[in-house]
Design a protein around this ligand. Structure first.
Ligand code: ADP
Length: 233
């Protein structure tokens, strides 16, 4: 299908082996389209991080297949995969993961430096992103001088710097108060739609699903099945 950014079929991941093995993900299949925000919901330990790490290529599945932009990444060499990751995927982290001694603008600029974007183009893109996340007035401040919500907006801008096709955000609102968290999800949703990025965002908070185009639920490593006798909504 055109517009398909991620096609995951039957992903499996087991940690450890023998008696202590944990089957973290079982037969997970998921498609993500350009411009679509999918929220993955589920209690702690249900496999959300595992699913996002596999989808974003930070870990490899034990079974199943994963294609990103039509490339079968389960068959790619590690070097090809790093290349694809850098040019195609942006990551947002729960703990922001900003570089403390760099300003907001410099943090956003970093991925552009890594791929050797020319200075003028870099400057223009950083200004555009600061504007998109409403941080123009805070460009020169360091992370410690920004609120949690502002830091996560820097994190989102940085993730989008290289114009990724896929945005992976693992509990991006986990360290924010609920009001800030809701506005962060709305921001991610707006940027995903404006920039035509496919996004997969995990949360354990049901309230964070409002901004999603689609919500999938994980329970004990199984996607989309509601647990018996337990209410997740
Ligand atoms: P969630 O993100 O929903 O909290 P995770 O994907 O982190 O869930 O974890 C799913 C299951 O896999 C849990 O039982 C967890 O304890 C286990 N797990 C996760 N990472 C590891 C690991 N590196 N080694 C062993 N078990 C792990």
């Amino acid at each position: 299908m055109s517009g398909t950014v991620v096609s995951a079929v039957g992903l499996e991941r087991t940690y450890g082996s023998g008696e202590t093995a944990t089957r973290a993900l079982t037969g997970a299949s998921l498609d993500l389209a350009a411009g679509e925000l999918v929220v993955v919901r589920g209690p702690s330990g249900s496999g959300k991080t595992t699913l996002l790490n596999l989808t974003g290529g930070l870990d490899r599945p034990d079974g199943g297949s994963l294609a990103i932009m039509g490339t079968d990444v389960t068959a790619a060499t590690p070097a090809d995969w790093v290349q694809l990751r850098r040019s195609t995927i942006g990551y947002v982290f729960q703990a922001f993961a900003l570089i403390p001694h760099l300003s907001a603008a410099e943090n956003i600029e970093l991925p552009l430096r890594v791929i050797g974007t020319p200075v003028a183009e870099r400057d223009a893109r950083v200004a555009e992103l600061l504007d998109a996340v409403d941080l123009g007035a805070h460009a020169n401040q360091r992370p410690s001088e920004l609120s949690g919500g502002q830091q996560q907006r820097v994190g989102i801008a940085r993730a989008l710097a290289n114009r990724p096709k896929l945005l992976i955000a693992d509990e991006p609102t986990g360290q924010l108060d609920s009001l800030t968290a809701e506005s962060m999800m709305a921001l991610i949703s707006r940027l995903v739609h404006e920039q035509g990025v496919a996004a997969i965002v995990s949360t354990h908070d049901p309230k964070m699903s409002a901004a999603a185009d689609r919500v999938v639920e994980l329970h004990d490593g199984v996607l989309g099945v509601r647990p018996h006798g337990r209410h997740l909504a």
